[in-house]
Write a protein that binds this ligand. Structure first.
Ligand SMILES: Cc1cc2nc3c(=O)[nH]c(=O)nc-3n(C[C@H](O)[C@H](O)[C@H](O)COP(=O)(O)O)c2cc1C
Ligand code: SF4
Length: 671
């Protein structure tokens, strides 16, 4: 696809932005005192250099009680020098800069947090103090003061935060705003706080800089505002003089997934289009726009005037330039895993990226600094850890050969993208496949490494990335010897064996859950068939929906642990559990499995023996252990070359840990 729209400059009032790619506000947790430090500048400098049109930094707390302890802050003049350094650096690379003025209200979790009403927050589980009318004026004034600081620091604009369930939403929503004065009750009254805020900020800085608003396209919270009210709010904001509207999805507390991998790319562009139809202002679209192709299509379809590409630019700072130069193969796409970014935010850690080890280390690692001592590096295993090691070693100038016993790249990853909502994982392998080709890495597929073969290559260093082997517990009948149909999840997902109507998945880890979801959707109508049936009205709507959304298998997960998916990141786990419930997948937890016998599973729960009966297929997702046999064999021979273990063959962990370990190992080869 040719990029006709993506690189077309556009204007917000008189401000021209070089293209339509926006990096939206993202808390990065890079500093602990609200200050802009070198890590932040270096991180954004790379993105500005990489060609992004507009960077919105933040959210920056306009009051300590409205921000978080690790958020950026703009509630004091002392922050101005840091932001000035930021804007100067970004402007030097041609990017425009806005700062998001952040007040989380009852979402801040701060001890003295405030809101429209003293209603317990579903996110922080605490009751905020209700703002008096005088205090509302103070909060609004603090936004105006923050905007003035932004102007002094050289920003091109400020963005008010009316999305994700923060303070503005808490005024707008009837579920959080229970006031009986002029700031509560009717829609007009609930709109009073944001409209006054817009007017005040416009009065103070509006002549000299852009004042925009980020809004929730739909709160996705029962009883709260929907896309319909959102359009009404947008019209009011436009009348109050707002300069652009940045449309995102729902509140943090929603049960509808907003950004994990299971959200289809560009899924929420319809919310931006809804606003675009309501106002005559530049409108941005947000959430899961992770590829320039998806972005271009949204712009071509006139659903938005610009696209926010948040995590896409975390994963690859140079995405805009690469797209412009038609190097799509070189783009390291965000896959929506949240492992390094959103999960880190919720655990108080600095943002990293599963795919991009450089994140938060910009300026500290230099891949242009090639090795002065190139060596022969042999990599055994082409999973993500091994492939990242190969890529970095080659980029640094070493000679690299990969041996992989399978006929394709990816190792375990080949299975992870099969379950529904996991397709993006495939992008990882597409990327490495292209890197191998373009960097000229020697790759041998279908070649099993052994001592002799390794020695033939006369390597200086061997990196073992041999992955895992399956951990099959010793339970009578688990090998099928008592007549049960028992298969490894791997074999099932590879399509090697059919599954019956009544399925039990043994093991409630990520693999178990994803395999259960996959099994429950078997037999469902595919989207093309569903569309055909809908078009010709062949089934009643409700039946069509049921047969499209759910398959025809009965699925149960059984596990010895008391909870499912304990190792899955916080920002994804809840949605996966929600999917299980929606698909009617039962779980039997806290049990000890005793025997697989024919179609029966015998287990013990709280000292009682129980059974699951008439089971056609048992799927084992009982965990893995390091596959380091070859490494150990090699070590016994006291080899002359250096040896390293990378990824799961050292210890089964997340894909992020494997990729990062691959990077670090290769980067330090000659150090
Ligand atoms: C680590 C992280 C921090 C975020 N912090 C903010 C924030 O402070 N303000 C905000 O409006 N959105 C915030 N967001 C939401 C992003 O701006 C963006 O809307 C979201 O990541 C979805 O877009 P994407 O799929 O392009 O990443 C954050 C997202 C992430 C991943
Ligand atoms: S950690 Fe995952 S979701 Fe976050 S930016 Fe990287 S690839 Fe995207």
């Amino acid at each position: 696809m040719k990029f006709v729209k993506l690189f077309e400059p556009f204007k917000i009032k008189d401000l021209e932005i070089r293209n339509r790619i926006v990096m939206p506000a993202m808390a990065l947790n890079f500093s602990r005192d609200g200050e802009i430090n070198d890590t932040t500048i270096n991180f954004y400098f790379e993105r500005a250099k990489g060609g992004v049109g507009l960077i919105i930094i933040g959210g920056a707390g306009v009051e300590p009680r409205g921000g978080g302890p690790t958020m950026f802050a703009i509630y004091d003049d002392k922050f101005i020098p840091g932001y000035t350094r930021f804007t100067e650096n970004m402007h030097s690379q041609g990017a425009k800069t806005f700062v998001q003025l952040y007040h989380a209200g009852a979402y801040s979790g701060m001890p003295d947090m405030v809101s429209s009403s003293a209603v317990k927050s579903n996110l922080t589980r605490r009751v905020p103090k209700e703002l008096t009318i005088d205090e509302i004026k103070v909060v609004q004034e603090n936004h105006a003061l923050a905007a003035e600081r932004a102007l002094k620091a050289g920003f091109d604009g400020v963005e008010l935060l009316g999305s994700a369930g923060y303070l503005i939403n808490q005024f707008l929503s009837p579920i959080t705003n229970k006031r009986t004065d002029e700031y509560g009750g009717s829609l007009e009254n609930r709109l009073r706080y944001p409209l006054e805020l817009i007017q005040l900020v416009k009065e103070r800085v509006g002549q000299k800089m852009i004042v925009g608003m980020r809004i929730a396209g739909d709160d996705f919270v029962p009883g709260s505002n929907t896309y319909k009210e959102s359009a009404v709010f947008a019209r009011h904001y436009a009348n109050a003089g707002i300069d652009y509207i940045n449309v995102t999805g729902g509140w943090h507390e929603t049960r509808i997934p907003q950004i994990p991998m299971m959200v289809p790319q560009g899924a929420y562009a319809y919310l931006a289009e809804n606003i675009k139809n309501a106002v005559n202002l530049p409108v941005f679209s947000s959430n899961r726009i992770n590829s320039p192709l998806v972005a271009e299509q949204i712009l071509r379809d006139q659903m938005a005037d610009a696209v926010c590409m948040g995590r896409a630019l975390i994963a690859d700072a140079y995405l805009p330039l690469k797209a412009k130069q038609s190097k799509l193969w070189d783009i390291r796409k965000c896959v929506g895993c949240n492992q390094g970014c959103f999960d880190h935010i919720f655990t108080g850690k600095s943002v990293e990226c599963m795919r991009n080890y450089m994140v938060s280390r910009e300026g500290k690692i230099d891949l242009d600094n090639k090795t002065k001592h190139p060596i022969q590096v042999l990599i055994i295993g082409a999973g993500p850890g091994g492939l990242e090691a190969a890529r970095i070693a080659k980029v640094l100038g070493h000679n690299v050969t990969i041996l992989e016993k399978r006929l394709n790249l990816g190792g375990q990853t080949n299975l992870s993208w099969v379950p529904p909502g996991r397709h993006d994982i495939h992008e990882i392998m597409d990327y490495y496949s292209a890197q191998i080709e373009h960097l000229g890495i020697e790759l041998h597929l279908g070649v099993e490494a052994d001592l002799d073969r390794i020695n033939k290559y006369q390597p200086d260093a061997v990196i073992f990335a041999t992955g895992v082997k399956y951990n099959i517990p010793h339970i009578p009948g688990i090998d099928g010897s008592l007549g049960s149909e028992v298969y490894l999840a791997e074999k099932i997902l590879e399509g090697e064996c059919p599954i019956g109507k009544n399925v039990v998945v043994v093991g409630g880890s990520a693999t178990g859950i994803e395999t259960a979801i996959w099994a429950a959707e078997q037999g469902a109508l595919n989207s093309e068939v569903a569309k055909f049936i809908a078009f010709y009205d062949l089934l009643p709507k409700e039946e069509l929906f049921n047969r499209w959304l759910r398959g025809n298998r009965k699925v149960t997960i059984i596990d010895m642990l008391p909870k499912l998916g304990m190792s899955i990141g916080r920002t994804t786990r809840g949605f996966l559990i929600g999917q299980l419930m929606k698909l009617g997948i039962n779980s039997v937890l806290n049990v000890q499995i005793k025997k697989f016998e024919g179609k029966t599973l015998i287990y013990e729960h709280e000292n009682e023996t129980k059974t699951l009966q008439n089971i056609d297929t048992f799927i084992l997702a009982t965990g893995v252990e390091p596959n380091d046999d070859l490494f150990n064999k090699v070590k016994e021979t006291n080899p002359s070359y250096k040896t390293f273990k990378v990824g799961d063959c050292k210890r089964p962990r997340t894909m992020m840990e494997a990729i990062h370990e691959g990077f670090r190992t290769a980067y330090n080869l000659d150090k």
